[in-house]
Design a protein around this ligand. Structure first.
Ligand code: SF4
Length: 467
């Protein structure tokens, strides 16, 4: 009999029972909550007269609406203040731990979970946010859920879900200079398509993935959802274990050793079966940039923008729509496209290693005239570490603004927004129309180092020319 992959092992461990619908009732080990998708769910619970079933498995923070300039209470925006107050009340009333700004652990929900050690191998993790797939970097099965499912998990710690197929995505070879985890996931999405992962969990593997730090692995898993996969994961290994050792919510002593044995056992077996296996040539990956209105519309920074007639017939309509919106010229190089805004942050690339990479580039020059450049750490811990390393001074000296932690301009639910048709070099994860706060604002996704290079040159630039 052949072995099992991690997805199947975790699934079987958490399956409560098969439902008449054919779905599985799946137990959720850890439920992460934030201010945007939880108020209605808590309200529904109140109406039903139900308590939170496992408050000690439920953790909350505030990230989407929090301003990054002045976080003093009451918040200047009454709607943001009301949402934060509501979350605080819901947590207090239900015995749920809330990582607010006063705790020193506030931040983007997908940044603080791993930082605190709440994210552990072999667990199931749910959150009312698409990019919950981030936590799969630890060998967890982690997925975003809708508001009614947030209610279900609050009330029962379970959701009803169909089993996914599993595709192993092997990234071979070795990354070149100036090529980062963001480029790897953009290359994967370019090759497999934004809908290529529908119905699948992605298992990322191969020498490029194995050589990555945990923070790089989180960047890759974060954007699994942009490739259509419900979740993405990486098998736990020594890198995972060393990252978790000593974290606040990770067991210590003998309990840690027992946990490690379990984490190793949950990894995919050497002879595990998959529904599909694909290979991506890591040696060929270039620093990448999106040019369109979904993350699959990306290319190497040295390439020219595709002509509508040159793309596959089924892609022509979306390519034409992208040009209509982005106002870029087919057949011209993407390098040199002038930017108005540079944003470094988000749950994809707002971690300390991202800020270090970007700072190394920021050191080489000054933000170009007319460019607004923001650096927003993913959490208070990242902010604190960055201060300890002198990174805010590096960025400020180069003309960047250093802000307080939050989602910021990734989704622009706070005051950090594009204006009009501004073109933004962004380290975030979605380049959908209007994503960054202006209905006509335009987004180019790239690695944090590439964003810093674009900020300094005032246009899309190959980071290898600056480093
Ligand atoms: S940083 Fe962006 S993608 Fe991540 S949780 Fe916040 S809004 Fe969502």
């Amino acid at each position: 009999m052949s072995g099992k992959n991690l997805y199947d092992k975790v699934w079987e461990r958490h399956a409560v029972r098969e439902l008449p619908s054919g779905q599985t009732q799946l137990f959720i080990g850890t439920h992460l909550v934030h201010e945007v998708t939880s108020p209605q769910a808590f309200a529904m619970l109140r109406e039903l007269g139900l308590p939170v079933r496992f408050p000690k498995r439920t953790f909350a923070t505030v990230d989407h609406i929090i301003p990054t300039h002045d976080q003093a209470r009451p918040l200047a925006d009454p709607l943001a203040e009301a949402m934060m107050t509501e979350l605080e009340r819901n947590c207090r009333d239900n015995g749920v731990e809330f990582f607010g700004p006063e705790t020193g652990h506030q931040g983007i929900v997908h940044v603080i979970g791993p930082e605190l050690g709440l994210t552990q191998p072999g667990s199931t993790i749910a959150c009312g946010d698409s990019h919950t797939s981030t936590h799969g970097a630890f060998g967890a099965i982690a997925f975003g859920i809708g508001t009614s499912q947030v209610r279900d998990v609050l009330a029962t710690q379970c959701i009803a879900m169909g089993r996914l197929k599993v595709r192993r995505v092997e990234v071979t070879g070795k990354l070149g200079r100036g090529v980062y985890a963001k480029d790897v996931i953009l290359a994967i999405i370019r090759q497999l398509g934004v809908n290529g992962g529908v119905g699948y969990a992605y298992e990322f593997a191969g020498p490029v993935i194995e050589a990555m730090s945990m923070e790089e692995r989180m960047t890759v898993c974060n954007m699994s959802i942009e490739g259509g996969a419900r979740c993405g994961y990486i098998n736990p290994d020594d890198t995972t274990i060393e990252y978790l050792r000593g974290r606040e919510r990770v067991p210590t002593g003998e309990a840690f050793e027992r946990a490690v044995a379990d984490w190793r056992a949950i990894a995919s077996d050497a002879d595990a079966q998959y529904d599909d296996v694909v290979q991506i040539d890591g040696d060929a990956i270039e620093p990448s940039v999106t040019w369109g209105i979904h993350p699959g519309q990306n290319l190497g920074v040295g390439e020219t923008l595709p002509r509508v007639d040159d793309v596959a017939a089924e892609d022509r309509a979306s390519v034409a729509e992208a040009y209509d919106y982005m106002e870029l010229q087919p057949g011209t190089p993407i390098a040199g496209a002038k930017i108005d805004v540079a944003f470094i942050g988000s749950c994809t690339n707002g971690r300390i290693s991202d800020l270090r990479e970007a700072a190394a580039v920021a050191k080489t020059g000054q933000v170009a005239e007319g460019v607004r450049a923001l650096v927003v750490p993913g959490s208070q811990e990242v902010d604190e570490q960055a201060h300890a390393e002198g990174l805010p001074e590096v960025f400020r000296a180069a003309g960047f603004e250093w802000r307080k932690p939050g989602c910021s301009m990734c989704l622009a639910m706070n005051p950090d927004k594009l204006i009009g048709q501004e073109l933004c070099a962004s380290s975030s994860n979605r380049n959908f129309k209007g994503r960054q706060g202006s209905p006509t604002g335009r987004t180019l996704l790239m690695s944090p180092a590439m964003v810093a290079a674009a900020a300094i040159k005032g246009c899309v630039t190959d980071v290898r020319e600056v480093l």
